[in-house]
Design a protein around this ligand. Sequence first.
Ligand code: PMP
Length: 344
Amino acid sequence: MNIKRLVRKDVASLKAYNATEIPCRIKLDANESPYGFAAALKAVSTVRTNRYPDPEAKGLKDLLAKDLGVRPDNILQGNGSDELIYCLIATFGGPVLFPVPTFSMYGVIAQALGEKRSAVRLNADFDLDSEKMLAAIKKDKPKLVFLSSPNNPTGNCYSAEKILAVIEASKGIVVVDEAYQPFSSEKGFLPLLKDYKNLVILRTLSKTGLAALRLGFMIADPEIVEEVNKVRLPFNVNALSQVVAAAALKEKRQLAGFIKVIIAERDRLLSAMDKITGVRPFPSEANFILFKVKDPDRVYRLLLKKGMLVRNLNGVLKGCLRVTAGTPPENTAFLAALSEIQKG
Ligand code: PMP
């Protein structure tokens, strides 16, 4: 029996995300935090394994609402922000507009759900090309616009005025994906939620030490939350993740300390990489750095040979690799390896 023949056309032409795990000594490829919250794991002993988790993740949402200065009914919980991207597209449908290069899942999920996609290239500074974005909004009338700011994989924030122009011009929902906001010097779009009903903010705990838990959040007007909640599967955030995240979120001082180190290390990486011959790092407001080299495939391969895994973006962004800020010793080892490779 030919199974392929039964698969929806949009799905048949997709490739599974990052299916293989590459063994390495120093893992700098996935924008994770090098620091975890081991002590928070003790909280799992309170979980009753025979019971479903709280479908509303109430305890966690209350904590988060307090931290973010919003009400719990402004928040929807997801199994990672990936899942919320899925829920948003399932709720509002397409066309789905996004600038490129950006986080691949906006396009992948839109395609998986059979929705139209509209991709507009960023300008030479990796900022929004306002003219083209506004023209696409006028022409395609997107139900959803996804703006990752800071943007993955370029690392920069889009200029706030340009984001505002998109929000104001759009008759649909504009999602500002702030996965990397904790590392940014910009204040983000949360304060503007009350002014723009069509604005949705995405946040995640994945970049600040809790990637294993798969927890993301959408912050929006309660009416939007209510609609998207209709397509959310009932027990999407498991009980273990709920209690561990709640325990970790209470460790505010530790979390702030980790973020401070990561930002300092990102800046150290940036200035040191800038001094290595043939390496061009791009400024970053995130926990990773995009950089250009002459022979990215060779550099990627040689780094891996030395046990260091980075992300090869050569297909999406010519000549580019992306490195995540690790611990200070990991970053020092990476810098030494990169300079040695560039000398050879
Ligand atoms: N948005 C952006 C911009 C990302 O880079 C990522 C992670 N790569 C995500 C969302 C998804 O994060 P998660 O599903 O782990 O919350």
